[in-house]
Design a protein around this ligand. Structure first.
Ligand SMILES: Cc1ncc(COP(=O)(O)O)c(C=O)c1O
Length: 426
């Protein structure tokens, strides 16, 4: 795929030799009002629906119709342990042991649950470090956790930002910020891939720096899981949380997930918000009053899982297993590289790419800044959507385009850049 021509023929040639090309047909691609198939480059926001998702949901609806409550034990996939079918494929995607991951709740809820356990301010060690452009929900969650401890964001929230005139963060600057606060930091919370800029942080040295100064480390992997290669166990973060409606294609509001490092698997000294689903499976239905957590991430569950919104994730993870994350990432690098090449070739001087140019520092997404006054730039984006390229706009000035290796082709990327070139015409 390397060095392909930056034109329609180059796109065709790459699609012809793409070993993953067949997977696009396993997804429903949206159509516009005129009945034309959209070029969908918005998987960073909501992934497309796997065609198999309906069967997986229908299978649970059928078992519910047929069995009622007996489905908890007698459904084809008994509901009592339904979420366990997700454990192995999720562990493989994030590079963790099976005891370290669980599908549950949604991202921000999981972030709160994790902070209850891992944000333990103690004397002067009472601050949280995040990045300045963190997704607002993360900031709200952190600020409210600070407030629960009688602390406040103005004094206890450290926000790292890019250098003046730069859009993305430097690893050395984040490490500098961590070391500067040192034993005043109780928690470092970082994204894998930053939602606005598409920058993929070099997590290993960042996690190491935080652990060196004695802070707990958590990760928001909303834009990383199913996108970049992750090794959470070896990287040694304390916890990570994610959603599954973006690159994992599990549908709007689908069940989220959580990683808790093995070293915490049996800790009963940590405070946690508990519920019956986190209790020891062998004695859960004896309905006793005491709480004995399941060892590992499952011990942080509270409620029984929402089977109907979990079923599409199972469908999608089965596709991931067949495609293979290594092969997907390999294609993703080529696909996003092709997008970058076309933009640089065709739209030079009209559009800046905000996302780092090296494949190691990004996932599938490219964030673009249209070099026009704000209102005009936004109109260009609207024209792009009207032309059938589904992308999104994030205030104040970012257009996000994401070719997803499971269901986008090099032809999609070529068509999108052609449409963007038209949309930029005044
Ligand atoms: C980076 C990031 N963090 C957190 C969230 C919030 O996710 P949820 O609504 O599932 O809690 C999102 C949602 O898009 C996100 O992109």
């Amino acid at each position: 795929m390397q060095g392909a021509a930056l034109d329609a023929a180059g796109a065709l040639a790459q699609d012809a030799t793409d070993p993953l090309a067949g997977f696009a047909a396993q997804f429903h691609h949206p159509y516009d009002a005129a009945g034309r198939r959209s070029v969908y480059l918005c998987g960073h926001s909501l992934g497309l629906q796997p065609k198999s998702a309906a069967q997986y949901v229908e299978s649970e609806l059928a078992d519910w119709r047929r069995l009622g409550v007996l489905g908890h034990h007698e459904a084809a996939r008994p509901w009592i342990g339904y979420h366990e079918h997700l454990t192995q494929p999720l562990a493989a995607l994030v590079g963790a042991g099976t005891r370290e991951v669980v599908a549950m709740n949604s991202l921000t809820v999981n972030l709160h649950l994790m902070m209850v356990s891992f944000f333990r301010p103690d004397g002067l060690r009472n601050k949280v470090l995040i990045e300045k452009s963190a997704f607002p929900s993360d900031r709200h969650a952190v600020a409210s956790q600070l407030a629960l401890h009688g602390l406040n964001a103005a004094e206890h929230l450290i926000e790292i930002e890019p250098r003046r005139g730069e859009r993305t963060l430097r690893t050395a600057d984040i490490i500098g910020g961590i070391e500067q606060e040192s034993d005043r930091l109780a928690l470092v919370l970082l994204p894998g891939v930053q939602y606005l800029t598409g920058q993929s942080l070099n997590l290993l040295p960042l996690i190491a720096a935080a652990r060196r100064i004695g802070a707990a480390v958590g990760l928001d992997l909303a834009h990383s899981i199913g996108n970049t290669l992750l090794q959470l166990h070896d990287w040694d973060a304390d916890f990570a949380v994610w959603c599954s409606y973006k690159y994992l294609n599990a549908g709007p509001g689908a069940i989220g997930g959580c990683f808790v490092h093995e070293r915490h698997a049996r800790r009963t000294d940590l405070p946690r918000l508990t519920g019956w689903w986190g209790h020891d499976k062998a004695t859960r239905f004896l309905m006793g009053p005491e709480f004995r957590p399941i060892a590992g991430a499952e011990g942080w569950q509270i409620s029984n899982p929402p089977v109907l919104s979990t079923a599409p994730l199972l469908a999608s993870l089965e596709i991931f297993q067949r495609a293979g994350m290594q092969r997907l990432r390999h294609k993703s690098i080529a696909l996003t590289g092709f997008l970058q090449g076309l933009i640089e070739n065709r739209l030079r001087g009209q559009v800046d790419i905000v996302t780092p140019s090296s494949a190691d520092e990004r996932g599938a997404q490219l964030s673009l800044k249209i070099l026009r006054p704000a209102a005009q730039a936004k109109r260009c984006h609207e024209r792009l959507n009207t032309a059938g390229v589904v992308s999104d706009w994030r205030e104040p000035d970012v257009l996000r385009l994401t070719p997803v290796p499971l269901y986008n082709s090099f032809g999609d990327v070529f068509a999108a850049v052609e449409a963007l070139a038209q949309a930029l015409c005044p």
